[in-house]
Design a protein around this ligand. Sequence first.
Ligand code: NAD
Ligand code: UD1
Length: 339
Amino acid sequence: MQKVIVTGGTGYIGSHTAVALQNARYQVIILDNLSNSDTDSLDGIQRITGTKPEFIKLDCTNKDDMRCAFEKHRDAVGVIHFAALKAVGESVEKPLLYYRNNLGALINVLDMMQEFKIPCLVFSSSATVYGVPEQLPVTEDTPLQPATSPYGQTKVIGENIITDTVRANPQIQATLLRYFNPIGAHPSAEIGEKPNGVPNNLMPYICQAAAGIREYLNVFGNDYDTPDGFCIRDYIDINDLANAHVAALKHMQSGKHGINVFNLGTGRGQSVMELIQAFEGATGVKVPYKLSPRRTGDVPAIYANADRAEKILKWRANVPLNETLASAWRWQQKILKLK
Ligand code: NAD
Ligand code: UD1
C-alpha cells in the first residue's frame, strides 16, 4: 500500500480525508500536535474503515521531530498538509502565533519533502484568498485580494511559498486546494467537527442553537446587497471535500503537473437564511435566531466556479445539502451524548 503523510489528520477535514484515503487503499500516517483535536477521531476512522491510521504526536514546527517522522516514512508518496490554526479573530489578536505556526509548519513540511524526496503535496488553502471578489462565481484566475486577517495572510503567503519551492525543485509537485465552506460530518456520525468553546462558524453554531446549547444564533447582517439581504456562501459537504484530496493526489501521481490550484465548492451560493431554513427542513428542528449587526470583515457574497476540478480531477460535489445538514445534526446529537 502507498503511504501518505497527513499533517493535522486528527482534525475536522483531516479525519474525513483519512477515511477517504483509506477507502482508496492508501496507508495513512497522521502527524498532529492535538492543539485543536483529540485522538477520538482515530477510533472513529477505525470504526468506519476497519483500520486505525498510524498516529505520531508532534508539532510540525519542530524540525527534529518532523525529521524523525519523515525518516521513518521516507517511502511516502505524498503529504497532505492540513496542520494550521484557523480562528480568524484569534489571528488578529495573536498574529505571530499564526505566522509562526502556520508558516513554520509549512516550511518544515517542504524541507522534509526535499530532504526525503517525497514528490507530491496537497495544501489546504481557502476561498479567503479571494477577499471581496469583483465577479461571481470566482474561478481560480480571479485576482487574489490582500488578506483581511493574519490567518488569511498565512494562506496567501503559504501558496506563494509553495509556488516558489516547486519552481526551484521540479521534482516536487503541489496542489493548492481553495476550500469554500466545508460543513457536515461523516454519515455514520463517527467523526465530525468539534468546535473549541463558542463556535465562530455558522454550521456548528446552528447545530448548537438547535440543540439548546446556545440560546439563539446571531444572524450577522440582513442589509447586504444580495437577493434576501443575507450573506451568501458556498457550503460544501465535508465528505465531498475529503474525496477531492484523493483525486488531487491521484492526479499528481499520474504525471508531472508542477503546481495546480483548484476551487472546492458546489458552485451554488446559499444565504444564511436559506441555510437555516434548509437545516430546519432536513432535521425538523427549529433554529432560534436573532438578527444582529454585520460582522466586521465578512464578505457579502462568494461562491465557487469549480469547473476546473471537475475537468481535471474528475471531481465534483455530489452530496445533497439536506443530507449534509442531517449529518451535521446527527453528529451534534452524538457529541451531546458523549458529554
Ligand atoms: P482543525 O483545527 O480541525 O484541524 C487542524 C489540525 O491541525 C488540528 O488537529 C490541530 O491540532 C492540528 N495542528 C495545528 N497546528 C499544528 C502544528 N503546528 N503541528 C501539528 N498539528 C497542528 O481544522 P480544519 O477545519 O480541519 O482545517 C484543516 C485545514 O484546512 C487548515 O489548514 C485550515 O486553515 C484549512 N481550512 C479550513 C476551512 C474550514 O472552514 N474548516 C476553510 C478553509 C481552509
Ligand atoms: C470564515 C472566515 C474565513 C475562514 C472560514 C473557515 C471570517 C471573516 N472568515 O469564513 O477566513 O476561512 O471561516 O474557518 O471570519 N454567520 C452568522 N452567525 C454566526 C456565524 C456566521 O450569521 O454565528 C454568517 C457569517 O456572517 C457568514 C456565514 O454565516 O455570512 C458563514 O460564516 P462562517 O461559517 O464564519 O464562514 P466565513 O465567514 O465564510
